[in-house]
Design a protein around this ligand. Sequence first.
Ligand SMILES: O=C(O)[C@H](O)[C@@H](O)[C@H](O)[C@H](O)COP(=O)(O)O
Length: 263
Amino acid sequence: MPQAKVFSFASTDDVSHALDKFLEDASRESIARSGKFTIAFSGGSLPATASKYLQHNTKIDFTRWHVFFADERCVKHNDADSNFKLVKDELLDKLASDGKIPANQVHSISESLVNDSEKAASDYQQKIAQVFAVIGDDNSQSTVLPEFDCILLGIGPDGHTCSLFPGFPQLDEKVKWVTHIDNSPKPPPSRITLTLPVVNNARKVAFVVTGAGKRTTIRDIVDKRDLSLPAARVAMSVDPVYWFVDDAAAQDLDVVKPSEFKL
Ligand SMILES: O=C(O)[C@H](O)[C@@H](O)[C@H](O)[C@H](O)COP(=O)(O)O
């Protein structure tokens, strides 16, 4: 199983620049192959870091993009805690008008279900199934896992990713594509999240991590492969897991230097 491929850069700005190139290439390849690009965003600092150059990219056909959320808080879309709001503010609303992603290709949590995280999770799973066209003839859900073209992940200091936290049962979910949590150690407490089988079935996964606060966590994930940490359980069957990090976060790692940056 291919290992991690870590690209470390002097600044967050350089991380954003490299990620823009990575997503441009991934988008072009997916659109050529399938006519669309399916991408899932995490919340936290990731959308701002991912968007800085991406929002100005004129080589990407964003009208072919389908945007999902690797995890989402069970709050209304205009709530400050909403990852949908975060990605909308940081990226979607900043795209040039002729490159806007059609609203029906941005797949957010159903607002009517934010008070029932379990229903919100199964509803979101149906939304994913509709786009990945894995609904069976009898409208049953196929067991074929959706294959996202790209999933962008962050990590918490505790090694969580999406809303999969160390020692929590959601980490061991093997059947559901989307599950729920109501006691998240990271507020707010109620969330939905992609499960590991879906994350690990993606064509590409990229962690985006900056800041010295994550240096020991990244070392424990990438070098020590401490499987008690959810992010360490993200592993691809074909591509390596990509890490786009700044030097502050990667100072304890043996990393690929920018001069060698190529995909
Ligand atoms: O909705 C969320 O809270 C995120 O998806 C979460 O998994 C995030 O990616 C990490 O907590 C890192 O957050 P920072 O990048 O802000 O440290």
